[in-house]
Design a protein around this ligand. Structure first.
Ligand code: 6GU
Length: 249
């Protein structure tokens, strides 16, 4: 999978050199490229934001640097294709082969494990990290005409910019790419994979600071262990996240 990130803070993403995603990059499973939005400005001050039309607090990111930065990536991904320009392009329709543009935004669709699984099927993801009060709406409207654009939110809280959200999404998506996680079985027993939270885990020693490991886990009875874990998943989900339980329960 090729992943392009556009940001005014490229140094944020140096952490993607380490851990699982770092290994996946070294082995070639993930081709990750970080682009500085300011490289696509043409004024002396490399400005990427301006005051909002209609007034209001804060600044809005200007459309031109975004347009140029995204055009450059689209051209690099598909060298034959012209950058999208409605006036010269023949009628085209977005296909699954076209890169998916993702903008982290508290106004977007909620990012879930199901969405992570969908994104892991893509061959090209482009993440655009907004800052300030957001990006000029015409950037989304323009690239939606000939391509695929998604606004995605991590949850109901506000981050200063999309960078941390993009890192979370890349970690969630990256580990679902075949070969990135060494033992694929470890993927299926995680929280959210079966719609429930995961069961509590224990390792040696069997007793620690007066707390004993539940005896069923020491019993050697695999059926009893599986039943206990399933029950724990339901109990924990009912207690912490009742919204995840199917309506029948
Ligand atoms: Cl994806 N971006 C920003 N800027 N804030 C957020 C978010 C994303 N998800 C929750 N808050």
């Amino acid at each position: 999978m090729r992943i392009d990130i556009i940001t005014i803070f490229p140094e944020f993403f140096s952490v993607l050199d380490v851990s699982l995603v770092g290994k996946a990059r070294q082995s070639g499973l993930i081709d990750l490229r970080v682009h500085n939005l300011r490289d696509h400005t043409h004024d002396r001050h490399h400005s990427v934001d301006d005051t909002p039309y209609g007034g209001g607090a804060g600044m809005v990111m200007k459309p031109e640097p975004w347009g140029d930065a995204i055009d450059a990536i689209l051209t690099d991904v598909h060298p034959g294709a012209e950058p999208p320009d409605a006036s010269v392009m023949p009628e085209t329709t977005a296909t699954d082969a076209s890169p998916l543009l993702i903008f982290p935004s508290p106004a977007g669709d909620l990012f879930t494990q199901a969405m992570a699984r969908e994104l892991a099927e893509e061959s090209n993801l482009i993440f655009g990290c907004g800052r300030y009060e957001g990006i000029d709406q015409r950037v989304f409207d323009h690239f939606e005409k000939d391509g695929r654009v998604r606004l995605v939110s991590l949850g109901d809280y506000v981050l200063n910019g999309g960078e941390v959200a993009v890192m979370a999404m890349i970690e969630a998506v990256g580990r679902l790419i075949p070969g990135v996680v060494g033992n694929p079985e470890s993927l299926v027993e995680e929280s959210h994979e079966d719609g429930l939270l995961e069961y509590p885990s224990y390792t040696k020693p069997a007793a620690w600071r007066g707390l004993d490991v539940p005896s069923v886990l020491l019993s050697g009875n695999h059926g009893a262990v599986a039943a206990w874990r399933r029950e724990q998943q339901f109990l924990r989900t009912a207690r912490v996240r009742p919204d995840l339980l199917p309506p029948a329960n």
